[in-house]
Design a protein around this ligand. Structure first.
Ligand code: PRP
Length: 208
């Protein structure tokens, strides 16, 4: 039987719906449960999205669902088998509208960039030869330019509501992200038939 890492938060509802379509009996209300064994014997682990790659790399889970945005930021050795299509969002550079960087206003010489996506942000600005001071944050990143902590942010934009509500705009798009099905490479060999069967059911549900 398989152990599947399931992300809590924004990807949870679509992950649960997709797993149900693939025949896994995901409970309606997991409450504060950390793990459950479903009626068919599948174990589900409910994790912070950024923790999914570690559980899968070390084999605590055989496979899992995780946003591509999390995979960009990690060296964890997991194999990405499928794009599940949901959870679409864009990693963007954004700023306060009044700073007019989106209209080409020059950046300050000492650019401060707040982000939860250090690696992606570092690569983006290095590629453009823009020296920046990165300020790693863990949430509410949109607040940082408003209170003078940063000039720019690098963050995910899904509906765009958070930016709009804070009178901020996209300056540039870095990449698009969706949810991915990932596996532990060793388990992919030792539990090959089970994982392929799940992959096929997930892909069929995605296409339906
Ligand atoms: C994410 C992201 C943005 C927001 C974008 O934050 O970091 O803040 O969602 O979504 P939107 O374009 O639909 O408004 P999250 O909800 O993960 O909360 P956080 O700020 O605590 O990280």
């Amino acid at each position: 039987m398989l152990t599947i890492a399931v992300p809590k938060g924004a990807l949870y509802d679509d992950s649960a719906a997709l797993l149900r379509s693939a025949g896994i009996d995901v409970p309606d209300d997991v409450g504060r449960k950390l793990a459950v064994v479903t009626s068919d014997g599948t174990q589900l682990l409910f994790l912070r999205p950024s923790d999914v790659p570690a559980y899968v790399e070390f084999g605590a889970a055989d496979c899992g669902i995780v946003g591509k945005d999390v995979l960009w930021e990690t060296d964890r050795m997991v194999s990405e088998l499928s794009d599940l299509g949901f959870g679409y969002c864009r990693l963007c550079v954004a700023a306060r509208r009044i700073d007019r960087y989106h209209e080409g206003a020059p950046f300050p010489t000492f650019l401060r960039v707040a982000t939860k996506f250090e690696r992606s942000a570092e690569a983006y600005f290095a590629e453009r030869d823009l020296p920046v001071e990165l300020i790693p944050l863990h949430g509410s990143v949109e607040l940082s330019p408003i209170v003078g902590l940063a000039d720019l942010i690098v963050d995910l934009v899904a509906t765009g509501n958070t930016l709009r509500e804070h009178d901020m705009v996209i300056v540039d798009e870095i990449a698009a992200s969706t949810a991915r099905f990932v596996v532990n490479p060793v388990r992919f060999r030792t539990k090959h038939d089970e994982i392929i069967a799940l992959l096929e059911r997930l892909d069929a549900a995605v296409r339906a």
